[in-house]
Design a protein around this ligand. Structure first.
Ligand SMILES: [Zn+2]
Length: 331
């Protein structure tokens, strides 16, 4: 059973996916067992066949790769005929979609802050390849790229990986955000992001680092301590439109931030998400910019957050910024 079930109370969908029950939690059971790790070099046959890889040879599903993308064995969605049911109380869309895993490194215990610059470039190139390939499916409306890292983030594998889930509708939270940004542009003739950046630069309290291509900030309304957004410094709606120079620039900034975060917290849990426009809006650069969010897991969302979606953050974003800036000065 894989179904997106609609709730009128929340005006949103829940994905019921029974297959996920079969998933063992390797984080708890086998924290560093290389032999049983499906993402290790030499264990390629423990995963479904790769859909993308950068490798030294042409031997698919064998050793010799630098980065590898495979369908998720415990996929929350899959591809059957797209079905919907519009019953007023029990409305659903069947769980049509793609669930893939980017295995970021063949090395079992390598952390993201230990990646070479080239590994980050390969990482973004793999994401771009999959965003383009999956977008070819006419049933897909939205593609989410995300990384769960560490036991408190929802990760079930210690080996570094990122996930892609593509679905046949645009979630309301994404549609609403997109609409607000479009309305801002229509009202002001400028993109929200360019105006926001202008304000943040003038204030200079929450900018962690800035290049001519990207800016990393702790957002004014950060949900959690040390929340970071990486935003392009110019109008560009999708990661897929980045040229190779800008890809290097983005890789450099993410590498620096990861080094700073690991220096501050040593091993820590975080979620990383890529915000892309809904499918078909890659040219919406006049009002939308893609961005990356890093959400360290230091606080637990409790009943208040669940009920209201209002997060309680014990840290002032400008304090998080200052700490990260100070660490970056020492690197
Ligand atoms: Zn491994």
């Amino acid at each position: 059973m894989q179904e997106f079930r609609y709730s009128l109370l929340d005006e949103s969908y829940v994905l019921i996916s029974e297959k996920r029950k079969e998933r063992s939690n390797l984080f708890i059971e086998k924290v560093s067992d290389k032999k049983n790790c499906p993402f290790d070099e030499g264990n390629e046959l423990m995963t479904p066949s790769e859909v993308y890889a950068v490798r030294d040879n042409d031997k698919n599903d064998q050793a010799g790769w630098k980065i590898r993308v495979v369908p998720n064995l415990y996929a929350a969605v899959s591809r059957s005929v797209l079905k919907t049911c519009k019953n007023q109380f029990f409305k659903f869309i069947n769980g049509y979609g793609y669930a893939e895993i980017i295995v970021e490194t063949p090395i079992h215990n390598q952390r993201m802050d230990q990646y070479s610059l080239n590994q980050f470039e390969l990482y973004f190139a793999a994401i771009i390849n999959r965003l383009n390939a999956i977008a070819e499916d006419k049933n897909i409306r939205y593609i989410q790229v995300f990384k769960n890292n560490g036991i408190d983030s929802g990760a079930s594998q210690t080996h570094q990986h990122t996930q892609i889930i593509a679905i046949p509708f645009v979630p309301k939270v994404i549609t609403d955000r997109f609409k607000r940004l479009k309305e801002y542009y229509e009202k002001n003739g400028r993109s929200y992001f360019s105006d926001l950046m202008e304000q943040e630069i003038a204030l200079n309290e929450r900018i962690i680092l800035k290049t001519s291509d990207f800016t990393a900030i702790c957002p004014y309304a950060s949900k959690v301590p040390f929340e970071i957004m990486i935003i392009p410094s110019y109008d560009i709606a999708s990661l897929t439109l980045l040229d190779s120079d800008k890809l290097v620039s983005l890789s450099k900034i993410l590498k620096k931030l990861m080094i700073a975060l690991y220096k501050k917290f040593n091993n820590f849990s975080f979620n990383l998400t890529l915000s892309e426009p809904p499918k078909g809006y890659r040219n919406a650069g006049n009002f939308f910019r893609f961005y990356i969010t890093i959400l360290p897991k230091m606080t637990t969302a409790g009943g208040f957050e669940q009920a209201t979606a209002v997060f309680i953050n014990p840290y002032l974003p400008k304090e998080s910024t200052k700490i990260l800036k100070d660490i970056l000065k020492q690197i």
